[in-house]
Design a binder for this molecule. Structure first.
Ligand code: DX5
Ligand code: ZN
Length: 224
């Protein structure tokens, strides 16, 4: 089933609770929480205290995207604050497998993300250990960017690589394939067709009429 995971980076932080309720009431299954450290990516966003207060307010699946260096250092804190899934960047970990295991040990789900310039092939050793693979469609660090056209082929390549290695997915448990950055109502159908099943979108939901935007995305994601 396709999921919509709106990124609160684009929300109005003066009205965050109301805007989270709006996307939830209109069908979003998750909330995307972009943590930026100003080192792995050039900007700084928000962290544990904001996640903790959101957790108290919503039952949405909290999809935490750590764009931070050496994320293993903060896994337990984000779990304590209420993360349901923690995605780390392949390029940000000294030991990717160790970081994945550290997340799995806590019981929350684990995601692995690659930047646009990182090839899909680097993901193969981690197949079978992941609940989600995040294909970045922009250079991470900012909302409101334009989706990079190579994303469609990258999604197809990932799907093909997974299909070519079925033995790495015991009992056919394939990870969710999430795309993140520059997704909007005109490109989302093409991204689903290319192989994404989990859609992150910030500006295209939180800018303008949030209810209408969410409803339109959900109509496309549910195939209506
Ligand atoms: C970028 C973040 C994205 C971003 C998406 O580094 O990972 O989640 O917030 O925002 P839009 O949809 O506006 O590109
Ligand atoms: Zn993100």
């Amino acid at each position: 089933m396709n999921w919509l995971s709106p990124s609160i980076l684009a929300a109005d932080f003066n009205r965050l609770g109301e805007q989270i309720r709006c996307v939830r009431d209109n069908g979003a299954q998750a909330l995307h929480f972009d943590v930026m450290d100003g080192m792995f990516v050039p900007s700084i966003s928000f962290g544990m205290p904001v996640l903790e207060s959101i957790r108290k307010e919503t039952d949405l699946f909290l999809d935490v995207h750590l764009m931070i260096r050496e994320p293993i250092r903060y896994v337990n804190e984000f779990v304590k604050c209420g993360a349901d899934l923690i995605t780390v960047h392949y390029e940000a970990c000294c030991d990717v497998m160790q970081t994945i295991e550290a997340i799995r040990k806590t019981g929350v789900k684990v995601g692995l993300s690659i930047r646009p310039e990182t090839p899909v092939s680097v993901l193969r050793p981690f197949f079978g250990k992941l609940d989600l693979i995040l294909i970045m469609s922009v250079n991470p660090g900012f909302g409101g960017q334009t989706l990079m056209e190579g994303t469609y082929d990258k999604l197809r390549e990932l799907r093909a690589l997974m299909a070519a290695n079925p033995e790495m997915f015991p009992d056919g448990q394939y990870p969710r394939v999430e795309v993140d950055g520059g997704v909007n109502l005109s490109n989302v159908a093409g991204l689903l067709e290319a192989g994404a099943d989990t859609i992150v979108t910030g500006s295209a939901v939180f800018r303008g009429d949030i209810e209408a935007n969410t409803k339109q995305f959900m109509a496309i994601l549910s195939g209506k």
